[in-house]
Design a protein around this ligand. Structure first.
Ligand code: CDP
Ligand code: CDP
Length: 194
């Protein structure tokens, strides 16, 4: 049986950084599921058709990290048929041996509710905005407004809204260095792997 680590949380909370470090540490596969929604939004046209026909080239576009791509992603991510089109790919990815780490919004709640480890990564709005603004070379105040708008849309949608799984361990990275957050996550996996 493969081992699954599900990591969810709001924008720029540090879930991708933790996911990559865990995959590296344990030799697991890693999928940033946000890229699927970013690529779907970036294709333009009918989003359901885009989600059904995503290719590796769509996922490799170098404009997917922008704030605009994030906003477009969260709009298409509210469409149930878009989400449904992406489920099988994510579940097949998660089943790979010896294990997989997936990060997103609904991994612990919808995609892999059977995951052995579920983490819910949070940080204060101001810290998240400052970190993402530094990454993108953007203004922290404008970034704060953008992130709050996107988190609001992701939390309030009817289809797979952003929320912690009941059995998720919450990691607040507001006052943690990256290696401290990663150490907490590694310890959580070690505990459950036995
Ligand atoms: O994947 P997600 O959008 O949740 O966030 P991320 O891309 O992992 O992290 C956003 C930014 O915050 C990156 O530049 C990380 O290096 C930084 N970060 C940090 O400064 N301290 C942490 N404990 C975690 C992330
Ligand atoms: O890195 P960051 O947290 O800023 O965003 P992301 O993980 O790349 O996700 C972009 C958008 O895709 C999110 O705001 C969600 O609307 C959507 N998303 C989702 O609905 N479900 C997922 N599993 C992952 C992302």
């Amino acid at each position: 049986m493969s081992f699954i680590v599900a990591i969810d949380g709001p924008a720029a909370s540090g879930k991708g950084t933790i996911a990559r470090a865990l995959a590296d540490h344990f030799g697991f596969h890693h999928l940033d599921t946000g890229l699927l929604y970013r690529a779907t939004g970036a294709r333009g046209g009918d989003p359901v058709e885009a989600a059904r026909s995503l290719t590796a080239a769509d996922l490799a576009r170098d404009d997917l990290r922008s704030a605009e791509a994030g906003q477009a992603a969260s709009r298409v991510a509210a469409i149930p048929e878009v989400r449904a089109a992406l489920v099988d790919f994510q579940r097949r990815f998660a089943a790979q041996k010896p294990g997989a780490v997936l990060d997103g919004r609904d991994i612990g709640t919808v995609i892999c509710p059977e995951a052995q480890v579920k983490l819910y990564v949070v940080a204060s709005d101001e810290v998240r905005a400052a970190r993402r603004a530094a990454e993108l070379g953007a203004d922290p105040g404008a970034m704060l407004v953008q992130l709050q708008e996107r988190d609001g849309r992701d939390s309030e949608r009817a289809a797979a809204p952003l929320r912690p799984a009941q059995d998720a361990m919450v990691i607040d990275t507001s006052d943690l260095a990256i290696d401290e957050a990663v150490a907490l996550a590694i310890a959580a996996v070690d505990r459950l792997r036995g």
